[in-house]
Design a protein around this ligand. Sequence first.
Ligand SMILES: Cc1cc2nc3c(=O)[nH]c(=O)nc-3n(C[C@H](O)[C@H](O)[C@H](O)COP(=O)(O)O)c2cc1C
Length: 206
Amino acid sequence: MGRPLGRAVTADPIAEIVAAREEARRRKDPHVDVCFLVTVGTGGRPEARPVSLRDVDADGFGMLINTHSPKWRQIEAGGQCSLTILWSSVERQYRVYGALRPMRAERLRFWWERKVLGSRLLEHYYEVYRPQSEPVASREEFLAGIAELGRRYPDAASVPPPAGLRGVCLWPTEIDVWHGSPADRLHDRRLFTRREDGWTFETLVP
Ligand SMILES: Cc1cc2nc3c(=O)[nH]c(=O)nc-3n(C[C@H](O)[C@H](O)[C@H](O)COP(=O)(O)O)c2cc1C
């Protein structure tokens, strides 16, 4: 099963999450680069969706979001958001609360450079044709728009980052850490709270 992971008794939950992610990657966890972003929509409706998890470090939990999307509008409207991460391969769940901050420009560039052609064209589609999550007449019409953009930008290197692409980091003030204990189901849960001089935690009933 690979090397054992440390328990959550640590001064720094971010370091714990980084270590767990490395082990989840080693175990080929299909969700190692995924988190679930939760926002609040119209009328207080909670909306959750998977997004790619980028850097996890002192800046927080990185994501790329297009400003033409509903989730961005919900965030802009002052709505709260949170993240959930589930890495089953290492029996870890994290629920992260805090404030969104801009991602450093060089990290946004780094992640843009890792996007394949189709993903880059899609980001431009939102700006040129229709915003993300809006209806389109048919899949054929959508693909025709992508093909048109593909004629303008024949390879990934020729596609510039679009104005509406934002890198953001959820800078955590609270992290609810869940360590699964599959043998007895008596999981270990701790709520970490950021203080000026580091983190404190309380043990929670799992
Ligand atoms: C594995 C996975 C990763 C995804 N990554 C992103 C992402 O990084 N950014 C993004 O905007 N949407 C991503 N999506 C699509 C979102 O889940 C969602 O469908 C889309 O962002 C529209 O959300 P909205 O209408 O709530 O704004 C991803 C979907 C999956 C399944």
